[in-house]
Design a protein around this ligand. Structure first.
Ligand code: SDX
Length: 418
């Protein structure tokens, strides 16, 4: 193929879409959702309001916000038995594997003969301006955002042999999620027998707000690997549940959403601040990775990491400091002064501190990436909706390659091969 070149490994310099959803300036450490600075949204907004903003492009009026949150919570309620979604999994399956499959199952769960055809039908009708199709698209968006918490909570409880609880109305999106988990403080003891009656559980206000802000910070990040995966998949017009399942699989990886779990495993392996120099030496020998550091776009600092660092202190004031915090701070401070990392513009990203907060709040380590998926479903569906409604229509994503394999050669029968 003349004139073709591999678009810089990992799409380093390739723009795949035009988007008006999220803006990042990696040199200045700027992040805005539909033009609003992330610092202001983290301080003044709520996750469900940011979800509306990312999907529909404007801050909602009060009545729009009330309607949106009610629809999301209503469409989040599941009347299925958790075994229908997770019965095939071993008790110790990773919740990200459970969630990926559950999202894919949602298409069939709604009784569609061939769920993948939903996407094409939806797209065709929306392109004709069919108002019922737009309502159907919104319903699928409400279901995906609402079910993200329900499926996550189901995956969490089914592993503990605990029945699923339907949250009471009147709670916020994030409080409702925490209620369904029915677990927050590390002192909670899990009921061995399935707890049939809803627990008298009320999320701790400081921790509920901390999680809501963490959800705001994780809601979208333009063309990260998982959002790109959702659009790559969505471009062949399957149902949106299948596209979200693909995005969930991408986020699972330790280079992406799995990094918050990898950071804790790294800190546990380092063990104490005294061992930090040896670990950094191993990283410089490329024997180890400094999880939670580095970013494809941010070459100064990830603005989310500063906000999360502050949240960590507020959470630790309630739960008590995490014993790994000293090691994390020693690692953070040493890396920021080390020429190897400074010369490569490697700073803490969104995942460096978040795992410590989730641990302090009592979540099991393998659940941390799930706490990334729940809010990121909003970014995924925002980008999916933007693609489905794009004026120029949906074109299947099919990049080229540069062939470097053998030239033509004749087939050789198996007994004549040496
Ligand atoms: C997220 O894209 C997004 O927006 C993602 C995200 C989102 O909100 O969706 O922000 C969320 O995924 C944050 C990133 C979480 N991942 C990690 O913390 C894993 C550790 N980080 C690295 O794997 C890495 O920094 C990436 C994957 C995040 C970015 O990789 P790039 O852009 O491909 O960078 P690179 O590998 O080309 O690194 C450039 C140099 C290399 O050194 P040289 O070969 O040039 O000598 O920096 C080095 C890398 O070896 N490097 C690291 C490093 N990250 C980069 N060296 C040690 N430790 C690291 N963490």
């Amino acid at each position: 193929e003349r004139g073709l070149r591999v678009a810089d490994r990992g799409f380093l310099n390739t723009a795949v879409i035009e988007s008006s959803i999220t803006y990042i300036d990696g040199e200045k450490g700027v992040l805005r959702y539909r033009g609003y600075p992330i610092e202001q949204l983290a301080e003044k907004s709520t996750f469900i309001e940011c979800a509306y903003l990312l999907i529909y492009g404007a801050l909602p009026t009060r009545s729009q916000l009330v309607h949106f949150e009610r629809e999301v919570l209503l469409h989040g309620i599941m009347h299925a038995d958790a075994k229908e979604f997770f019965g095939a999994f071993r008790y110790d399956a990773h919740p990200m594997a459970m969630l990926t499959s559950a999202f894919a199952y949602l298409g069939s769960y709604y009784g569609e003969a061939n769920p993948s055809l939903q996407g094409q039908t939806l797209y065709t009708k929306c392109a004709k301006g069919d108002s019922e199709a737009f309502q159907n698209m919104d319903k699928q968006i409400f279901r995906l955002i609402g079910k993200a918490t329900t499926l996550a909570a189901m995956a969490y409880r089914v592993r503990q042999g605990r029945e699923f609880v339907v949250p009471p109305t009147g709670m916020s999106y994030t409080e409702s999620f925490l209620y369904q988990l029915d677990h927050l403080s590390p002192t909670d003891s899990f009921s061995a027998s399935p707890s049939t009656s809803p627990s008298p559980y009320k999320p701790h206000p400081v921790l509920a707000r901390a999680l809501d802000i963490l959800f705001i910070l994780h809601a979208d990040h333009e063309m990260n690997a998982s959002s790109t995966t959702v659009l790559q998949t969505g471009s062949s017009l399957p149902d949106p549940y299948s596209a979200v399942a693909a995005g969930c699989a991408s986020l699972y990886g330790p280079l992406h959403g799995g990094a918050n779990e990898a950071v804790i495993r790294m800190l546990v392996a380092i063990g104490s601040p005294e061992n930090v120099p040896a670990y950094l030496a191993a990283v410089k020998r490329r024997e180890k990775v400094l999880s939670g550091f580095g970013h494809r776009v941010y070459k100064t600092s990830d603005p989310r990491s500063f906000i999360i660092r502050k949240i960590a202190d507020e959470v630790f004031a309630v739960t008590g400091p995490d014993p790994l915090l000293d090691t994390a701070m020693a690692l953070h401070d040493a890396a920021l002064k080390d020429e190897y990392f400074v010369s490569r513009k490697l700073g803490p990203n969104v995942d460096f501190w978040s795992g410590l907060i989730y641990r302090a709040m009592g979540f099991p380590m393998d659940f941390f990436p799930v706490l990334f998926v729940v809010p990121r479903v909003v970014g995924w569906v925002a980008h999916w909706r933007q693609m489905m409604l794009s004026p120029e229509g949906v074109k299947i994503w099919r990049p080229k390659q540069i062939y470097i394999g053998p030239s033509e050669r004749p087939y050789v029968a198996v007994d004549e091969r040496e």
